[in-house]
Design a protein around this ligand. Structure first.
Ligand code: DON
Length: 557
């Protein structure tokens, strides 16, 4: 019912991209965060698969080679473009995890206080996974049997692969949580310690689980023996999953968020339960009213930061659309956008405390994103997550399934010091079977002449990273430049303008301080953007992977 209302609104407000004569992409591309997953996706394309086959192959390969980023025990969002005529069809697959039915708003309260570690480490932190069900849903649009699309992942899990510096860095950050769980320690560590570089990670149990999904489909994850193994392990470790929770899990096909921009462009992005698409849409609509493109560096950064400050403030009003009526139409209305744009002062930062308050965002720092385009012009952009690195660092014995800690994306702490924040974040409090609010926002920008896809992991910084990459595209830069561009970030609270090391020179920093910004150089680079580009007039296609990560973009004729 709510879903229908939501779709109807967008159908009314938005128009689609009418296809002009188009030349199909000269090459297909797969961009993922790991070379072995890009190779798995390309193989699917080369063996006669379409973009959706490649997405299934990449999803399952990533579950093996990036166990810290995504997996069968997690969730995610898939934004899909089918190259139908005369207009493309956009689909959004919501495979976000849901809270177990025994969950409630005080789930992580002990002695009157929220215990943050309970929603981060161990079985109680895990929500009901969505990725296995997503494989079945994607399979409806695939050309190859599931079994073939999962072969690369099965081989990678069985035969293993040498871990690299990225794996070691992440396992190092999460070492004590991994050590606390005997199964995770046995699989992901070497004799309980951080492995040596080049150590071979094999995951025979995960290979067995993948084989089961390949033969019996993703639904088999939620029933019978595998479900019993998971429920038993979770309950023994203090978690609250039930067989019914697994049997009840369903992905949702939602109407993508679609917004018309200037110059016949459309933004197609993630609707709630992601807040990311709305944040991105608001930001682009506000910036259209501001002279950011002509501005010198400090003024340009100021306008982007002030825009982000306002869009992130509104994020606090959003939650799972199956539970609340999200005010998306109001947040994107021309009145609201004009008012936000008009409230930005050219020569003065607005302290966040002077804007009415929304909740503090609390998110983890690992996830993955990939993008695929095939030679027929079908495309997929997907952001998949376990939330923190290695999720809850809890592996179900005998299955190789590492569980997520996505429960931490709910607002667990409603007793925060900020009263207005408390009211606003109420909508994202823990409830049985609810999806936690997300920032993940796989996005397309499409015009009659071109198509581009964007996305990255990075928790609360996902929308600002996608915004910067899209702005670089609007400025006419190349895909390699979209992903490489230095990053700045503002998320309303904390009231600071963060930037990657070296992203702002000393003079620009001083000018921004002069405008009233609390400027903060971050200690390290962040994000892992994977992008696609297709010039529909020439047929030229391209892709790029963020130089900050180890991902690669591979092409197929
Ligand atoms: O859904 C979300 O917004 C978060 N769970 C995503 C976490 C993430 O991107 C961490 N990445 N580095």
């Amino acid at each position: 019912m709510r879903f229908l209302r939501f779709s109807f609104l967008y159908a009314l407000v938005l128009c689609s991209v009418v296809a002009h004569a188009q030349l199909l992409p000269e090459q297909g591309f797969v961009s993922t965060a790991h070379p072995l997953a890009s190779a798995a996706g390309i193989e699917a394309l080369q063996q006669g698969g379409n973009a959706i086959d490649a997405a299934i192959a990449a999803t399952t390969a990533l579950a093996v080679v990036e166990p810290y980023g995504s997996g069968l025990g997690g969730g995610g969002f898939y934004l899909i473009r089918l190259n139908t005529q005369p207009t493309p069809t956009y689909l959004f697959l919501d495979a976000r995890e849901t809270a177990p039915s025994a969950a409630h708003k005080d789930l992580y309260v002990r002695d009157g206080q929220v215990q943050p570690s309970l929603s981060l480490d161990g079985a109680l932190a895990a929500a009901i996974p969505g990725i296995p069900a997503a494989l079945d849903a994607l399979n409806e649009y695939a050309q190859r049997p599931m079994y073939e699309n999962l072969q690369s992942a099965i081989q990678l899990a069985e035969q293993g692969f040498a871990v690299d510096g990225v794996y070691l860095e992440r396992a190092g950050w999460r070492l004590s949580a991994l050590q606390q769980d005997a199964e995770s320690s046995a699989i992901f560590l070497q004799q309980g310690q951080l492995p040596q570089q080049g150590w071979h990670l094999t995951q025979p149990d995960l290979a067995g689980t993948l084989k089961q999904l390949a033969e019996q489909g993703g639904q088999s994850f939620y029933h019978d023996k595998l479900a019993e193994q998971m429920v038993q392990a979770v309950q023994q470790a203090g978690g609250i999953w039930s067989m019914q929770d697994l049997a009840d899990y369903q992905v949702q096909w939602r109407t993508p968020l679609q917004v018309s921009l200037a110059n016949e462009r459309q933004l197609i992005s993630a609707p709630p339960p992601s807040a990311g698409g709305v944040t991105l849409a608001q930001s682009l609509l506000i910036l259209q009213k501001l002279p950011w493109q002509q501005a010198e560096p400090a003024q340009k950064t100021h306008l982007i930061a002030e825009t982000l400050r306002r869009a992130y403030r509104d994020r606090g009003l959003l939650a799972d659309p199956d539970f609340v009526d999200n005010p998306v139409d109001r947040l994107l209305s021309s009145e609201h956008i004009s008012a936000l744009a008009a409230s930005i002062q050219a020569h003065q930062a607005t302290p966040s405390s002077e804007l009415t308050v929304a909740p503090v965002i609390h998110e983890g720092d690992q996830t993955t994103h990939f993008a695929v385009i095939d030679r027929q012009g079908n495309a997929v952009a997907a952001t998949l997550s376990l939330n923190m690195m290695f999720g809850a660092a809890f592996t179900v014995p005998g299955t190789g399934i590492l569980l997520n800690d996505e429960m931490d994306d709910f607002a667990a702490d409603l007793s925060g010091s900020n009263a207005y924040g408390l009211v606003a974040s109420d909508v994202n409090q823990i409830e049985a079977n609810k999806r936690p609010l997300s920032s993940m926002s796989p996005s397309f920008i499409e015009s009659p002449n071109s198509f581009a896809a964007f996305g990255t992991p990075g928790g609360s910084r996902i929308p600002s990273m996608n915004l910067l990459a899209i702005l670089a595209h609007l400025e006419g830069q190349s895909p390699a430049e979209w992903v490489a561009a230095p990053r700045i970030h503002h998320q309303y609270m904390p009231d600071e303008l963060g930037f990657e090391p070296g992203a702002l020179d000393v003079r620009t920093q001083a000018a921004l301080r002069q405008l009233g910004h609390r400027v903060k150089e971050l200690t390290r680079n962040y994000g892992n953007q994977q992008v696609l580009y297709w010039d529909k007039q020439s047929g030229h296609s391209d892709a790029a992977s963020d130089p900050r990560g180890q991902g690669v973009s591979l092409s197929a004729e």
